[in-house]
Design a binder for this molecule. Structure first.
Ligand code: ATP
Ligand code: MG
Length: 367
């Protein structure tokens, strides 16, 4: 899929712009605070009706404007679609696809998928397990409705169990409910582990390839799914996963009551990230962290492509800084397939661009 044309009016610092894009690589450059990220933000909004950085839609409307309009002409499944969104102060937003009112953002995602990478995504490598779990959960929820259901159920049961444990000091009879909650958590937990194991395996394969190519064959990236200790094989059939989880739960039954904390279950899952066999979180340089995070996002894009049959549009905000010339050349020219948007500050890096289109943005205008 690709964005052929984009029109903005009163969106962030844009007055009126109409842009036509290249089917491959599009580079958007300009000084700081000129509107590069705003442009990518508009594309994400067209894809999912949600900004990756604004808390409310009001922030997206130009400071001196009453309304903002976004219009994208998108090509997918060999057809063209027109997605239009109007945001107005104090009114509900209007969204249409080919003139038909879109009830929710799912109708937008039907037409356009984006994978957005920004400097904030370096948290994927630098931060603790929660960041990588969130990445897994968000991606899997988009791809697998059954996973989304299981996750909602798991979180509900988990919160309830946490409350039982917490309040059991004052109210010991609450503990009689615990075995039932444990059993239900074990079953739904096994569903999560099954999906996560497969997702991580696919992610590991694609990310390793991307990282190797980007680093010119100098570095290896390995990803390992980490879950409950008693699970020796996360690909085992559901019934076997249930048994392993039950064993872990039984071993920790008394410890949970004593500490009043949930100690057993996949709520602490992680993806271990190794670059050249060492923990990326502890030992990676800035450029390596950027390369590894980019590799994860490129792998996510491959997984989405396999699920929907087309490459989603890839939006890379400010990835080139901190990468050496060879890695920049990879990002500009050798990310295979699909449409890509890249923002950067200087145009001197762009001599390496072999094919594509370059846009110079200044103060919300395209020069
Ligand atoms: P950098 O290279 O620093 O990342 P950028 O080109 O990506 O810069 P943007 O994040 O796109 O910059 O923001 C550009 C400008 O848009 C900022 O100066 C900001 O003040 C302005 N801006 C943000 N929201 C609005 C709004 N609702 N109305 C008008 N201007 C806005
Ligand atoms: Mg920016």
């Amino acid at each position: 899929m690709k964005i052929n044309h984009l029109q903005l009016q009163g969106f962030r610092n844009y007055g009126q712009v109409a842009l036509s894009f290249h089917e491959g690589c599009n580079v958007i450059y300009g000084e700081n605070a000129q509107g590069k990220t705003n442009l990518l933000e508009a594309m994400v909004y067209l894809a999912c009706g949600k900004s990756p950085r604004a808390h409310s839609d009001k922030e997206l409307i130009g400071f001196s404007e009453d309304m903002a309009r976004l219009c994208g002409v998108i090509e997918t499944r060999e057809r063209e679609f027109k997605t239009e969104i109007t945001l107005q102060r104090g009114r509900r937003r209007k969204m249409t696809v080919n003139g038909v009112t879109a009830k929710n953002s799912a109708a937008l995602s039907d037409v356009l998928h984006t994978v957005f990478f920004s400097p904030e995504d370096l948290y994927l490598i630098r931060e603790g397990a929660a960041a990588r779990r969130r990445f897994m959960d968000i991606s899997l929820c988009q791809l697998r409705p059954r996973y989304a259901e299981a996750l909602t159920e798991f979180n509900r049961l988990y919160e309830h169990k946490t409350r039982i444990l917490r309040d059991s000091e004052e109210n010991p009879q609450l503990l009689s409910m615990l075995p039932d909650f444990n059993e239900r958590l074990i079953h739904v937990g096994a569903v999560l582990i099954g999906y996560r194991a497969k997702f991580c395996a696919a992610l590991a394969e694609h990310a390793a390839q991307a990282h190797e190519e980007c680093s010119g064959g100098r570095e290896t990236l390995q990803l390992h799914y980490q879950t409950v200790k008693t699970v020796e094989d996360a690909f085992a059939p559901h019934a076997e996963l249930v048994q392993s989880l039950r064993r872990h739960q039984e071993e920790h039954y008394h410890a949970e009551i004593a500490s009043r904390l949930c100690l057993s279950g996949p709520h602490k899952d992680d993806i271990e990230v190794l670059v050249n066999d060492r923990s990326a979180r502890q030992f990676c340089s800035q450029g390596q962290v950027r390369t590894a995070a980019l590799a994860l996002k490129l792998a996510e894009r491959e997984i989405h492509k396999n699920a929907i049959g087309e490459y989603p549009v890839m939006l890379l905000d400010d990835v080139l800084s901190e990468l050496d010339v060879k890695r920049q050349e990879y990002v500009l020219n050798r990310i295979a397939g699909g449409q890509i948007f890249i923002t950067c500050c200087e145009n001197d890096r762009l001599e390496a661009l072999e094919a594509g289109k370059v846009f110079h943005i200044q103060n919300g205008e395209v020069l």
